[in-house]
Design a protein around this ligand. Structure first.
Ligand code: E4P
Length: 217
């Protein structure tokens, strides 16, 4: 499974990238707002840090304007992935951008039929929003499962990018189902390493090691 980080916080991205944990980054207008920077400058810096795809979202809702914005965003760096919303105009833009050789992430996916359309439009990534579906009282993970089945039925190459992840359990369940990528907030990504028995075991080993009076280097 590939790990993307879901943030526009350059400091967090740099730290996670240095750990060797990052395969890419996803941003959205809300995350750009939170970063406090300009979309062009922030995205340019992120692209210079991470080797993998960096999703930058168009803000337009109509095809022509989406394409104009995509042209600007795609000039930022070679690893830009254009993010378009799951609307008819977004799908049209997806198809055109893919024909031009761009990476495209179709975002705001909340149903299996939407994911089917994105695959038909040739999307590189489809982003089903697990946490936001959970918020409505429906199990968001079922959507990941449905999309996996449909894509496998027809051998679609669109990668399932599990998004709106809120918990470490979301990551585990998405991996068990076979999502290709999980985009995870920085704190949740770092929390994946935590286990109380690891901490307890390490504490014991360190205490016993001290008693040996030895040093390795
Ligand atoms: C995905 O690309 C989105 O940026 C993100 O996962 C949305 O998550 P949220 O529901 O926590 O805002």
């Amino acid at each position: 499974m590939k790990f993307f980080v879901d943030t526009a916080d350059v400091k967090e991205i740099r730290e996670l990238n240095d750990l060797g944990l990052l395969d890419g980054v996803t941003t959205n207008p809300s995350l750009i707002l939170k970063s406090g920077g300009s979309i062009i400058e922030v995205t340019k810096e992120i692209c210079s840090i991470v080797n993998g795809p960096v999703s930058a979202e168009v803000a337009a809702t109509e095809y022509e304007q989406m394409m104009k914005e995509a042209a600007v965003l795609s000039r930022i760096a070679d690893n830009i992935c254009i993010k378009v919303p799951l609307t008819l105009d977004g799908l049209k833009a997806c198809k055109a951008l893919r024909s031009d050789g761009h990476l495209v992430n179709v975002t705001l996916c909340f149903s299996a039929n939407q994911a089917l359309l994105a695959a038909k439009a040739g999307a590189t990534f489809i982003s089903p929003f697990i946490g936001r579906i959970d918020d409505t009282g429906i199990n968001g993970m079922e959507l990941i499962s449905e999309i996996r089945t449909i894509y496998d039925n027809y051998d679609y190459q669109t990668q399932i990018l599990a998004a709106s992840i809120r918990t470490v359990n979301h990551v585990k369940e998405a991996a068990l189902i076979g999502a290709d990528v999980a985009t995870v907030p920085p704190a949740t990504l770092k929390a994946l390493v935590k286990h109380p028995l690891t901490d307890k075991g390490l504490e014991t080993f360190l205490a016993d090691w001290k008693k040996t009076g030895q040093s390795i280097a």
